[in-house]
Ligand binder design. Structure first.
Ligand SMILES: NC(=O)c1ccc[n+]([C@@H]2O[C@H](COP(=O)([O-])OP(=O)(O)OC[C@H]3O[C@@H](n4cnc5c(N)ncnc54)[C@H](OP(=O)(O)O)[C@@H]3O)[C@@H](O)[C@H]2O)c1
Length: 181
């Protein structure tokens, strides 16, 4: 099976994944319907590797408990060095300085099968290089006006194939798209 790269992310209806200061509490302010995880568990079980942008990595480290036990995790950063990683996660992640085409080739050569790409700028870099196969975006019914955007300008049009859209009782709307590489 060829390597696949997927995005699974939540965004405000106006396209932001966090407030400008990184605040993501608004993502969980609207309660989920009982026993609903929006497909996250099944998606997460399907990936063997995560690529996190440094911004997202720092958010996750702030959670305290490491949520990616058992998965290979690569942090994408031009500024982080393995020696400067917090000690509690240093043995759990690898740091890659990019470019993302090199990282994708390294992951493929080392046997990765399904990669979860996370973080706004990181997703944008993978999209710009035509490296994303599947995009799952959950729209939160909230306009936050400004913040860290999910998408940027890839410098060209990117055509997506809509696969399905599900709406949930709490107003979340999740769409799945495939992108021909
Ligand atoms: N709504 C959600 O579901 C969701 C999901 C994930 C994250 N978030 C939030 O989004 C925010 C982070 O987003 P973000 O846009 O800052 O993106 P990010 O991709 O998490 O982090 C950006 C950093 O990643 C590194 N990077 C990105 N592209 C690179 C490339 N091509 N080559 C080398 N390094 C690269 C750079 O690190 P250096 O500056 O170190 O070089 C860059 O500053 C956080 O607040 C996080 O909590 C929300």
């Amino acid at each position: 099976m060829p390597i696949r790269f997927s995005v699974y992310i939540a965004a405000s209806l106006d396209g932001y994944i966090a407030r400008a200061d990184g605040d993501i509490r608004w993502l969980t302010e609207i309660p989920a319907p009982p026993d609903e995880d929006f497909g996250y568990h099944d998606f997460f079980e399907s990936v063997d590797t995560l690529v996190l942008g440094r911004g997202t990595f720092e958010t996750v480290v702030g959670f305290g408990a490491w949520p990616y036990e058992g998965k290979r995790v690569v942090v994408l950063s031009r500024t982080l060095h393995p020696g400067s990683l917090p000690s509690e996660v240093a043995s759990r992640v690898e740091v890659h300085h990019g470019p993302v085409q090199n990282l994708a080739a390294i992951l493929e050569a080392s046997g990765a099968g399904h990669v979860y790409v996370d973080g706004g700028l990181t997703i944008q870099a993978f999209l710009a290089e035509g490296l994303i196969d599947t995009l799952i975006v959950t729209r939160i019914p909230l306009l936050i006006g400004s913040g860290i955007p999910l998408f940027g300008d890839p410098g060209r049009d990117i055509r997506l194939r809509h696969v399905e859209t599900r709406s949930y009782l709490n107003g979340f709307v999740q769409s799945r798209y495939e992108i021909q590489r």
